[in-house]
Design a protein around this ligand. Structure first.
Ligand SMILES: NC(=O)c1ccc[n+]([C@@H]2O[C@H](COP(=O)([O-])OP(=O)(O)OC[C@H]3O[C@@H](n4cnc5c(N)ncnc54)[C@H](O)[C@@H]3O)[C@@H](O)[C@H]2O)c1
Length: 258
């Protein structure tokens, strides 16, 4: 019997591909047989991440800012021009923003987080969906966060932006009913990464992200790894998830269940 978790021949676009979760997901997609179009605004880091892919992935690096509609239209056109289709879209680029209580948040900082995390996700959906609807098939995975499910002190705007990603995911999934296009999101918890260290460093209590009180609140008693997020994304991307749409999958070691 064919392994329906494989991604052989599928054409995938990944945004935030130079980041830790994006790069881990690219590697797993490539290992499962996908062809990769990798998007990020950090050109140097993106080139390194794409160079690390196996040659069969035929990785293409596209430097683009997900908040600019021309850039988004451009990465979609490039994938369609080169590969003729888009089977999987991992809409993942995001920023944590400044860590501060809401009364100290500057308006520009607030808008910047919404711009990348919400407008960027919206623009990706807007430009990729027509291609998938025309094909009558496709899988979109947005990256939300457990901060999209529960409150997160010091990163209220990040939390608001990720709540918005979950709302977009569910609504667009329903808009795509009966089209063959599935739309889901992942909600990573505390993943051992640059982003988590940056948030932990900005919190008044300070201390490392893996400090005992933090781990005590996670039933798995450890931080997650980017590869553990990637494996859920790869499942959602695959035909093994053929009956999954509109879901927000937590990858958090049980943190939001506790
Ligand atoms: N690391 C965690 O603990 C964690 C937890 C929950 C959710 N997330 C989410 O996972 C996603 C990936 O996070 P990560 O940990 O890999 O972070 P990261 O900072 O390593 O990667 C994010 C990538 O997005 C890119 N990016 C940012 N703004 C962009 C823009 N305007 N246009 C194009 N690219 C842009 C960055 O250059 C970077 O390469 C984000 O959406 C993040 O909010 C992360």
């Amino acid at each position: 019997m064919a392994d329906d978790t494989r991604l052989d021949g599928k054409v995938a676009i990944i945004t935030g591909a130079a980041g830790e979760i994006g790069a881990a997901t690219m590697q797993l997609f490539a290992a499962r047989g996908a062809r990769i179009f990798a998007v990020d605004r950090d050109e140097a880091q993106l080139q390194r991440a794409v160079a690390a892919l196996p040659s069969e992935a035929r990785g293409v690096a596209i430097t683009a800012d997900v908040t600019r509609e021309d850039d988004v239209a451009g990465y979609v056109q490039r994938a369609v021009a080169d590969a003729g289709r888009i089977d999987v879209f991992y809409n993942n680029a995001g920023i944590e923003g400044v860590v501060a209580p809401i009364q100290k948040f500057a308006l520009d900082d607030f808008r910047r987080v919404l711009d990348v995390n919400v407008v960027g996700v919206f623009l990706g959906l807007k430009h990729v969906l027509p291609v998938m609807l025309q094909q009558g098939a496709g899988s979109i995975i947005n990256t939300a966060s457990i901060a999209g499910l529960v409150g997160a002190p010091g990163i209220a705007v990040y939390s608001a932006s990720k709540h918005a990603v979950i709302g977009l995911t569910k609504s667009v999934a329903v808009e795509c009913s009966d089209t063959g296009v599935r739309v889901n999101c992942v909600c990573p918890g505390l993943i051992e990464s640059r982003m988590l260290s940056s948030i932990a460093a900005g919190r008044p209590a300070g201390g490392p992200a893996d400090a005992a009180p933090v781990l005590k609140r996670i039933p798995a008693r450890r931080l997650g790894a980017p590869a553990e997020v990637a494996s859920v994304v790869a499942f959602l991307a695959s035909d093994a998830a053929s009956y999954v749409s509109g879901s927000a999958y937590t990858v958090d070691g049980g943190r939001t269940a506790a």
